[in-house]
Design a protein around this ligand. Sequence first.
Ligand SMILES: [Zn+2]
Length: 446
Amino acid sequence: MFFNQLGFDYIDNSTYYSLQELEFDPLVQINNQADAINVYIVDIAPYKGRANGIGSQALVVKASNALGSTLPHEVGHCLNLLHTFQGTAANTSGCAEFIGEIYPNCKDCGDEVCDTPADDGNQNDNGYQPDLTNNMSYYDNRDHFTIGQELRMRDALAALSILQNVVGNSCGIVEGDTVTCSNLNTVLTLTNSTPPYYWEVINGSMEIIGSNTGNSVTIAALNSSISEQGAIEVSYGNGGLEHFNIWIGKPLALETGSIVGPDVVDTASIVAYHYESGEEEEDIGATTYEWWLPYPYNVVSPIDYYGDNWQVSVNLGIGISHVFTGYGENDGYIQVMAKNKCGLGGAKIMAVAHGNCTGPGCGGSAIVPPNPIPNSSNTSFSLDFTTYPVGTYYIYIYDINYNTVYSGATSNIEKTVETSSIPSGTYYLHIHDGNDIYTQQLIITH
Ligand SMILES: [Zn+2]
């Protein structure tokens, strides 16, 4: 949220120079602009500031307080914020907020914002631990709103009728890649805006290459060893300002999360891995992730289910499913790294070994999965489980990108799988019997 200054004017008389209590209402009618929050600055008043109600578009502030925390406090009232001590301090309307974030009391009582602690107006007494620097308190040293207050202000801008004319519709929009590298420039463009333009690096080790006064700008990291969050701002038109976060360089190393998946695998089996409870992507500069398997491995489609190597068709994303462990019994490491267009961050690593698997599905399986027999019109195929043990068999068909195109279950009968709605092509048929997964290529033709 930001504010455009739409202009200012003067009230050319001395009536309101020293504002009296009853003069507030007539003052905020004078020259009131319906499409703005009108700030009336007077020299003398019975208060530091006063808003024209909770949810309003006018306020009065005393000149000596206009550059301090009184102005954001009153603007907060205009945008529907209550005092942090509302309902809780003596002689205030509403209901008292309990100490601690107790839903729905924190939503319905006090200031109706849950991330501002209960405040009885007396600092830390009787167990209260109010936010002593909150803009909507009456304490000194006020300097911030909370996220909850910001969301309530946004809701007010979206919903309160008196604020609908106040909301601007002419904000510029910065478009471009959110990552920049030292060897790969990034171009940002500002649309829905008017000149003059002025682009500026606000933080981070990056530079503007060429002009910074056009409606687009080229930026690059200062060198290839930087991995950090940066920001750029562009001012435009009559007071417009846009802030754009941009990641500089490769992602940071993965540290806080862990790889979830088997560290002992069966030979020639299908396994899955994913990275869990890790960093937020925007905090480390990741746009995706890259996985490496025990060497030698292949990223290949289709998977060769008779091959020795570890194989997977797609090794990007927060997880990889349908990893084939191969017949070669290659022990090694599963590794995952955050990735962006500048490269890879440091890896999270998990050692993986092949177990002493001897049962079905470990390669050279004792049980041969049923062969799919297409019907004469190629609209279905049958799988004959009648010679198999009693149990439930799960059937999946995946396309070459591992999207599921069919799933079903059957007992040990002859099962018919309809394929008329599946386009002709190459697929993978997986049959699970609860312990093992049998896989084979499946050609569907119509
Ligand atoms: Zn107030």
